[in-house]
Design a protein around this ligand. Sequence first.
Ligand SMILES: [Zn+2]
Length: 449
Amino acid sequence: MPLSDSMGDKLGAVATELLQQLIRFNTVNPPGDEAVAQHFIKGELEEAGFSVELLALEAERPNLIATLPASTPSAAADGPTLALLGHIDTVLADPSEWQADPWGGELREDGCIWGRGAQDMKGQVAAELAAVTELARAGWRPEHGTLKVIVTADEEAGGNFGARWLCEQHPDKVRADVILNEGGGQMFVYEGKRYFRVGCAEKGFCRFNIVTHGKAGHASLPRMGVNALLKQAPLLARLAERQPGYDLTAEPRAILKALFGIDATDADVPELLARIEATDPRLAVLLEPTMGVTLTPTMSRASEKVNVIPAKASVRVDCRVPPGHGVELAERRAREVLGDDDYDLEFGETAIGNGSAHDTPLMDAIVEWVAGVDPDAIAVPSVLPGFTDSRWFREAFPDCVAYGFFPQMKMDMYESDPLIHSADERIPVEDLTLAAEFFAFATRKLLGG
Ligand SMILES: [Zn+2]
């Protein structure tokens, strides 16, 4: 069934209307309160022909699973399960910082829909819903395999009521071979060429404390004690001044290959980053953290009293490590930066990063779609510095292919990335339409029909 032009035109209008409605449901997490929004989405999908189930750990916080199988059980078994994944909760918004009502869903003269979640990620949910409901209403069904739409609660607070709970408690309901989620799709231009990031992997974290020791004493006689806090000073200076060695994984290697045409090694990174820095420092700021361990001190603690010299001081470091690595690499890179000195490292919370293969039918579909949008543009695998719900799906279904891809072009990544979790979050209707067209294209590419 060809995707008619009139349907292409309609997708943008449907996605716009859906996004405006989704923004108007206040789903700030905590507390989330996702139920009303989920019932609305359930109605839309059922009306289009999906069977829909709501599953909740807590009644007010349901997750939604919608299914549209191929017409016969044998055809359904004869293909992949594709899940379009999204979360419906958002972070908070302070209306006094905004130029528009964060829950107004207003379409303004600038051609953008304004509101909390426009980028993260009610915009993507609306584009996914527009694509699949318009396909289903036009009579489309998978030729082989099954289409699922999964809309989770609680992503912004860790997924204990959402994706994590679903994947642990109801794996058979959400099992999928191919998953399209957030965490990619933003476009950047480098030396005149367009690049679309495909979120194939996510970094992990190893949080730790740098602890220094001294001897307590009265602060009025500084030389009577040994000040543990002052021992942190040279360590903090090293964190500010020194860069740990790089540890390239598959995704940054792929980006360097796309940008420079070479198979880069860890030793090549400083020179290549310097070239990126000279061409566009904004890109260097975003790419550098994907190329190795980052060490960011964020909290500190010393004496409990202003007049007592601290016998112990600690600085907490948010350390992010490339996918597949853990404490061993984090500690090696931390000691390399901090040097041989009088301190202890205490490691705490750790999560290993995750990822999906690059050479897959989903990547082929993305590459084909990108070439159709702009024959000179390139889709490049990328690694996210943080986590999305993909983490839980990759853990529960190790063979699944989960990518973050929500293509945008009117707004490039330097404009859209800073809007996430910030004031004045908004998305151009043009980009919402582009994304809806992509989801319709990918769905039919993977499931036929
Ligand atoms: Zn998100």
